[in-house]
Design a protein around this ligand. Structure first.
Ligand code: CS2
Length: 487
């Protein structure tokens, strides 16, 4: 049988593969990361792997909230895995930053002990938008079943918010405030939102705990960026072939990677600044630019592209009329929504992002980006709509991704297919009760105030979305490929 990647076999790797530059047998954990999915493994774990070369016990204890698949796959590999950079200049590197992997359902005691351990100085997380359990007024969503469970059973939490609150309660008792909580999700003001969720939750447990957290624990905001499609079988077999050893769960990403962190810590941290991480007083600009320009156009490509039979980001952006749409959306409605004194830099930033979409070595599935639309669209598109309405700017093109999302939900419901979204049941039900008529379904979906909030009652917004639904419904796949000027 082919030999597998592990600490023991590291010396048998192909020569051009980079390996950890620190002692894997000695260095200990200083970080607990909740949600060690592909993005974390390609991004924060990569930076931490590089920073470990400067010393310090900064390895990561990864905590999966539900699934034990990653833990099982990486156990025979001593949690080592490869990062394949897939671009014009490909490269391969084995990362060792993750020392331990645990799953909440199997290892609760180990996880609780780690979160409360004085050795752990950073608790970070990538739990996606829905993991923050906030409602559309920005407060903890006490209707959320996981939050209800955790408030009733604060010693047996099943949500990330409940888990962090439990750890901070123990730290309040032991007087150990030497820890920073870092959100790494694509959420506006991610640190502030996480703090709000945890402090609201803590308040239900005890107002003193809420106050202690507020006064002692830092929740810096961050901007994270690197396109990291899910690992498929092709990636697995290519990586294993290039490695010379079997790797059961490598990850892939593009060359570009960026991490900007608000310089606000309540304890020590790895020397991330030595390995390309930017520390700044205020990440608002970086965060807004990235969420609106990259994630906003990504979601537009996903819903418009899927509507017209495209599979990947590359397929969609290579379609002339879709490319025209994206450029116009950026230039007319997204870029003007971001305050800057250097518009040319922002335009260049957007052009660089479009160039990244043209990476033909990466198959980034639109269906993956289309997940969780109810959670993503508010940060990616609706906040921009709000700012434009407020400033009397156009919202016409911004209504295209919203219209395309309504048609996506409607078509999925008609085909009897499910969608990956925490609100899937309610959305499919809204589509079904109007017999999938695009205009009627859209009108009903726009009533979903948990997504659209006050925009549900905004007739200008509604009229634009409905008009775009009619336009999109009239297009054919051939139009998009050949003749259409969508704007
Ligand atoms: C994507 C992001 O899946 C998605 O919704 O838009 O994950 C995107 O690839 C990253 O934010 C890039 O940094």
């Amino acid at each position: 049988m082919e030999k597998q990647l592990s600490i023991k076999t590291l010396d048998q790797l192909s020569r051009d593969v980079a390996v950890p530059d620190y002692d894997l047998r000695k260095s200990q954990c200083g970080i607990v990361h909740i949600g060690p999915g592909a993005f974390h493994r390609a991004h924060q774990a990569y930076y931490t792997d590089l920073a470990l070369a400067y010393g310090g016990n900064w390895r990561i204890h990864g905590v999966s909230m539900r699934s034990d698949t990653l833990k099982k796959a990486l156990a025979p590999q001593d949690n080592l895995y490869s990062l394949a950079v897939v671009d014009n200049t490909p490269s391969l590197r084995v990362l060792g930053a993750i020392k331990t992997l645990s799953t909440l359902s199997e290892d609760r005691d180990v996880i609780t002990a780690a979160l409360c351990s004085p050795a752990i100085k950073i608790i970070s997380l990538t739990v996606t938008e829905k993991g923050y359990c906030l409602n559309n007024t920005g407060s903890l969503d006490v209707e959320n079943p996981d939050i209800q469970h955790d408030l009733a059973n604060p010693d047996l939490p099943i949500s990330a918010v409940g888990l962090i609150a439990q750890a901070l309660k123990a730290r309040e008792h032991s007087g150990d405030a030497d820890v920073t909580i870092i959100s790494c999700d694509n959420v506006t003001d991610n640190g502030k939102k996480l703090a709000k969720a945890v402090i609201d939750f803590a308040y239900y447990l005890s107002p003193e705990l809420a106050k202690w957290i507020q006064n002692n624990i830092a929740f810096p905001c961050t901007m994270v960026d690197s396109i990291t499609p899910a690992t498929d079988d092709e990636v697995k077999s290519n990586v294993s072939a290039n490695l010379g050893l079997k790797d059961d769960w490598p990850i892939q990403r593009e060359t570009f990677t960026q991490w900007v962190i608000e310089d606000h810590f309540s304890g020590p941290r790895p020397p991330w600044e030595k390995v390309g991480v930017t520390f700044t007083k205020d990440v608002t600009f970086f965060e807004k630019a990235k969420l609106r320009i990259l994630n906003g156009t990504h979601s537009t490509l996903a819903y418009v592209g899927l509507l017209f039979g495209k599979e990947t980001v590359y397929d969609a952006i290579s379609t002339p009329s879709i490319q025209v749409l994206i450029s116009a959306l950026l230039e007319r409605e997204i870029i003007p929504s971001i305050e800057t004194d250097n518009i040319e830099t922002l335009r260049q930033y957007a052009a660089d992002i479009i160039a990244r979409y043209h990476n033909k070595h990466i198959r980034h599935m639109l269906s993956q980006i289309a997940w969780d639309g109810s959670q993503k669209l508010p940060f990616r598109i609706l906040d921009t709509v709000r700012d434009n309405l407020h400033a009397n700017r156009d919202i016409n093109l911004l209504c295209i991704p919203i219209a395309a999302w309504c048609l996506f939900v409607s078509r999925k419901a008609k085909a009897g297919e499910s969608i990956t979204d925490p609100k899937a049941t309610a959305l499919i039900e809204r589509a079904t009760r109007h017999a999938f008529d695009p205009v009627a379904v859209t009108n009903d979906l726009l009533n979903e105030t948990t997504i659209f909030a006050e925009l549900s009652a905004n007739s200008l917004f509604r009229d634009h979305v409905l008009a775009q639904v009619k336009t999109l419904s009239a297009w054919s796949t051939q139009d998009v490929d050949e003749t259409l000027d969508p704007i």
